[in-house]
Write a protein that binds this ligand. Structure first.
Ligand code: F6P
Length: 476
């Protein structure tokens, strides 16, 4: 059956255009959202889907290079002025919502001007949506940058079908209450403009439903809220990964080559972690746990290495660049304390990894140590499991991630308890290979059954159901 056009809205477009030293490079982004949306079968759609996002390039650059970004979607960049983008992205999105929604209230740096910039950015994107919107379109808004957008669209297009997916946790109401009341009301009412609101887990969804009830006085039945003569359906859709991409990479020649190099360089056990530079990822606590471990287990000296990769992120924000300095000091201190003249316990890299390098590390390591203090989902955990065609290796996973709900066979830890993490690290390093195989195979089955294609398809189908439901009630 033919369905109508899809309109995606996310902060980032699925590519970036960067000009440095007069050289312009266009890079497609490889993030989970891009893979998810591209996996949808849009051939049933009557028209080319639209993707609206905020530009990280100028209008002139866009005019010059737009032909080169491909034509799978009609890409529509929104050009925010520098000050608005700063107050919106660095300010309200990443210095207010991000820390608050990840349970770091002391990192919240609230200013009314940030909220004003957030409102202006949501308004500017709404304007673009309204210029393009046609009756019957399916609008899919993504993430915490655009909590206000569903309602803004709804005000001018009351019959529009709007879905929203939150890629980060939704916190308990006790946390949300730290925001000024008018700000809380604005955000919650903004979201209620949607017909369908998706979360990674049931817990996040329950927090949202409770906040709506306690803040706006709107009750819910079976995760459905009645609001202004409309139904707003909430549901958990745990995002998955492109399973076969990771599984099949195991024996690609460039991955095999990189893996052999790694094994040659590090003949002992390898512990590996990779995260964006973010205080939510718990890198400092991970290093503390490693220090406790090395202290308690001198037998591992010269017999293991911890490869710690930190990918640069949001480096204009103080809490982020400060973190980099803290990590570097801790790595230096621990290496200074335990190194011998021929061995260092931590190999630290600040930078991104090419796909074959990442896969070589996933598949060469003995333990993947993924211990965020809070994470909406954490796809690294799923990618590690998927990549282990050999069914070897142990996942040491924080119980404070969304992924922990689906990965019960991982060794789960409280990332703040460095003694528990150190104990479990020892258990991981000595786990018999048969037990590794048993645990990994169950997790592989689960994440291959619910991969990113399934995730996007389920959300899309639920959005279609909302649309049909509205059409039927309209006919009645
Ligand atoms: O997890 C939320 C998220 O916005 C992802 O969608 C994104 O990949 C990540 O954080 C990185 O954020 P940024 O777009 O700020 O670099």
């Amino acid at each position: 059956m033919k369905h109508n056009r899809l309109v995606i809205i996310s902060y980032r477009l699925p590519f970036s255009i960067k000009t440095q030293n007069r050289v312009t490079t266009i890079k497609p982004s490889a993030g989970g959202l891009v893979t998810a949306v591209k996996s949808l079968d849009l051939s049933a759609s009557a028209e080319k889907p639209i993707w609206i996002g905020c530009a990280d390039f100028t209008q002139r650059t866009w005019e010059k290079y737009r032909q080169e970004v491909g034509d799978e979607f009609e890409y529509v960049p929104v050009f925010l002025d520098k000050a608005t983008n700063k107050g919106f992205y660095n300010g309200f999105a990443n210095s207010v919502l991000w820390p608050l929604f990840h349970y770091f209230p002391s990192f919240v740096d609230y200013h009314d001007e940030y909220l004003t910039a957030y409102q202006a950015a949501n308004q500017a994107v709404c304007q673009k949506v309204l210029e393009l919107l046609k009756p019957g379109d399916l609008v899919w808004v993504h993430d915490y940058h655009f909590l206000a957008l569903p309602q803004l669209i709804r005000e001018s297009a009351p019959t529009a079908t709007i879905g929203f997916f939150l890629h980060i946790p939704f916190p308990s109401n006790e946390l949300l209450k730290l925001l000024p009341k008018r700000c809380r009301n604005y955000l919650l009412t903004g979201l209620l403009g949607a017909d369908l609101i998706g979360f990674h887990t049931n817990d996040y969804m329950i927090h949202f439903l409770q906040s709506v009830q306690l803040t706006l006085g709107l009750p819910h039945t079976l995760a459905r809220i009645q609001h202004q003569d409309r139904n707003v359906q909430c549901q958990a859709f745990p995002i998955g990964i492109n399973y076969s991409l990771f599984y099949d990479a195991y024996d690609k020649p460039e991955v095999v080559r990189e893996r052999e190099e790694l094994k040659k360089s590090y003949p002992g056990k390898i512990i590996f972690s990779v995260d964006r530079l973010d205080y939510t990822k718990g890198v400092m606590q991970r290093l503390d746990a490693l220090e406790v471990f090395l202290q308690a287990h001198p037998e591992w000296k010269e017999n293991l290495v911890f490869i710690l990769v930190v990918v640069p992120s949001r480096d204009e924000i103080q809490t982020y660049w400060e973190r980099k300095q803290m990590i570097e000091q801790a790595v230096g201190r621990i290496n200074g304390k335990f190194a011998t003249l021929t061995w260092v316990p931590i190999v630290y890299r600040y930078g991104s990894l090419a796909f074959p390098q990442l896969l070589a590390l996933y598949t060469a390591c003995d333990v993947a140590m993924i211990t965020p203090l809070r994470d909406g989902m954490n796809l690294v955990a799923k990618e590690f499991i998927a990549s282990r065609q050999d069914q070897r290796g142990v996942l040491l996973l924080s119980e404070l991630t969304g992924a922990a709900n689906e990965l019960g066979e991982a060794l789960q830890v409280n990332p703040l308890d460095e003694y528990e993490v150190a104990d479990q690290l020892d258990r991981a390093l000595t786990m018999p290979s048969e037990e590794q195989r048993r645990r990994i195979s169950v997790m592989q089955k689960r994440i291959s059954d619910y991969d990113v294609k399934q995730w996007a398809g389920d959300f899309f189908d639920a959005l279609l159901v909302s649309q049909r439901g509205k059409e039927i009630s309209h006919v009645r």
